[in-house]
Ligand binder design. Structure first.
Ligand code: ADP
Length: 407
C-alpha cells in the first residue's frame, strides 16, 4: 500500500456522455490522480489521465461506458497504481437521481442498484450510466465499500409549496412528478464553505447560491436547509444554460408537437441540446459567447441578456422567499471565472443592500473570496465548488461512522 493513497476515496462520476474519476484524500482535499473519459460512442473517443507529475492521453474508439471504464482501469494499472492495494477506504459514486427514495449517502448493495435502475425513468440519460459505473467498479473493487451520493439529496427538504407542480395531484403522485432539484452536492458544499469563509454559523445565514456552469442552477438556503431551487423534475427547468432552455411555457412543447410536427425525441433534443445560449447564439462555451459579444455580434448579445435577465429573476424571487439574504455566492465554471456575469446579474441593487466592488470582482483568484464592497449589507462571494471532494468526504464519513460497512 502506498502511504500517499492510504485513506483516499475513489470518486466516480459516470455521466451520460463522459466519465470522470478522481482519487482524492477526504481530509486534505489533495487530488492524487484523476481522469476523464469523453466522446463515448463517437468515432474518436478520448481518455486523459493525470497521476502525480505525469499525464497520459489516448485517442481511440470508446464504444460504450463499460469499455471506457475498462480502458481507464488499464491505464491506471499500467501507470503503476494498484487500486486494490492502494488503501482506498471507499468508492464514492456521484448519482444523479435519488427520487424520493435516497436522501442521504448510502452503501451500495444489490437492492440499491435495483432502486437506482428503477429511478431511470426520471433520469433516462443519467441513471443508467450511473448504474454501469457502479457495476464495473464493484466488480473491479469488490472488497471496498461503495457509497452513492445523490445530486437530488440536498433538496429533499424543499417545502411542499416549492416542490409541488400545480398539476392534477393523482397524476403527479402516480408518476412521481415533483420538483427534485439537482447540483445538490455543489449547493450544499458551497453554502457550507461560504459560512466557513465568513466565520459564521451556517444555521444563522440566509443564502443564495448560483451554480453557473454548462448546467446552471440557483438555490435558496435558510440555516443550511434548501428551501427552493431552480431545477425541477429534471435538470431542464430554471436558469438559461449552455444548451438547455431553462424555464419555458409548457405550451411551447405542445405547440411544437402539434404545429411543427416534432416528435418527443426531437423536442427533447431541441430543448436539452440545442437551446439556451447555444440555441440563441450558436455557441455554448461562455468564453466564446463573450468574445462574440465583444465583437458586436447581436445574437450573442441577446443570448447574454436573456441569460442575465433570468438570473436576476431568480435572485429577486429568492430574496423575497428568504425574506432577506446575508450572502450570495457564485460558483462553477462561469460563476467562478466570469466577472461580467457576476457584475451584471447583481447590478443596480444597492437599494437592496447588494453592492459588488469592481476591483474585487475583476481580480483573478482560484480561492474563495469576497467581491462585495465593504458597505454592502449582503456579502457577495465567489467560492470554487468541488463536488468530488464533497463526495469523497460524504463517502469517508459514512464508512467511518459505520460499524460494519457493507461491501
Ligand atoms: P459543467 O461542470 O456543468 O460541465 P463547468 O462548471 O465546468 O460546467 O463550467 C463550464 C463553463 O464555464 C463553460 O461555459 C466555460 O466557458 C465557462 N468558463 C470556464 N472558464 C472560464 C473563464 N475563465 N471565463 C469565462 N468562462 C469560463
Amino acid at each position: 500500500m502506498s502511504e500517499s493513497t492510504a485513506g483516499s476515496v475513489l470518486v466516480l462520476n459516470s455521466g451520460s456522455s463522459s466519465i470522470k474519476f478522481q482519487l482524492i484524500h477526504p481530509d486534505t482535499g489533495e487530488s492524487l490522480a484523476s481522469g476523464l473519459i469523453e466522446r463515448i460512442g463517437e468515432p474518436s473517443g478520448r481518455i486523459v489521465y493525470h497521476h502525480g507529475d505525469g499525464a497520459e492521453e489516448r485517442n481511440c474508439l470508446i464504444p460504450d461506458h463499460r469499455a471506457g471504464l475498462t480502458m481507464a482501469a488499464n491505464i491506471i494499472a499500467e501507470t503503476g497504481l494498484d487500486l486494490r492495494e492502494a488503501g482506498i477506504v471507499a468508492v464514492g459514486h456521484r448519482l444523479v437521481h435519488g427520487g424520493d427514495i435516497f436522501y442521504e449517502p448510502v452503501f451500495i448493495d444489490n437492492a440499491v442498484v435495483q432502486s437506482i435502475s428503477i429511478l431511470s425513468s426520471l433520469a433516462p440519460l443519467h441513471n443508467p450510466a450511473n448504474v454501469i459505473g457502479i457495476e464495473v467498479a464493484r466488480a473491479a473493487l469488490p472488497d471496498i465499500p461503495h457509497v452513492g451520493v445523490f445530486d437530488t439529496a440536498f433538496f429533499h427538504t424543499l417545502p411542499p409549496e416549492a416542490a409541488t407542480y400545480a398539476i392534477d395531484r393523482d397524476v403527479a403522485e402516480k408518476h412521481g412528478i415533483r420538483r427534485y432539484g439537482f447540483h445538490g452536492t455543489s449547493h450544499q458544499y458551497v453554502s457550507a464553505q461560504a459560512a466557513e469563509f465568513l466565520g459564521k454559523d451556517i444555521a444563522e445565514l440566509n443564502q443564495i447560491v448560483l451554480h453557473l456552469g454548462n448546467g446552471a442552477s440557483a438555490s435558496a438556503i435558510s440555516g443550511g436547509r434548501a428551501i427552493d431551487t431552480s431545477m425541477g423534475l429534471t435538470p431542464l427547468e430554471g436558469l438559461v444554460m449552455g444548451t438547455r432552455c431553462g424555464d419555458i411555457d409548457p405550451g411551447v412543447v405542445l405547440y411544437l408537437h402539434q404545429n411543427a410536427s416534432l416528435g418527443v425525441g426531437q423536442i427533447d433534443d431541441l430543448l436539452n441540446r440545442h437551446s439556451g445560449v447555444k440555441g440563441l447564439a450558436g455557441v455554448n462555451d461562455f468564453r466564446t459567447l463573450l468574445t462574440l459579444v465583444g465583437e458586436g455580434d447581436e445574437s450573442a448579445k441577446l443570448a447574454y441578456d436573456v441569460y442575465i435577465h433570468r438570473l436576476r429573476k431568480y435572485v429577486g424571487a429568492y430574496l423575497v422567499e428568504l425574506g432577506g439574504v446575508d450572502v450570495i455566492t457564485f460558483t462553477a465554471g462561469v460563476g467562478e471565472n466570469n466577472p461580467d456575469v457576476r457584475r451584471d446579474s447583481l447590478a443596480g441593487l444597492g437599494r437592496l443592500g447588494i453592492v459588488v466592488d469592481n476591483d474585487r470582482n475583476n481580480s483573478n483568484s482560484s480561492a474563495a473570496r469576497r467581491i462585495s464592497s465593504d458597505g454592502s449589507d449582503v456579502q457577495v462571494l465567489v467560492v470554487p465548488t468541488n463536488e468530488e471532494l464533497a463526495i469523497a468526504r460524504a463517502a469517508a464519513k459514512l464508512v467511518k461512522g459505520s460499524a460494519a460497512p457493507q461491501v
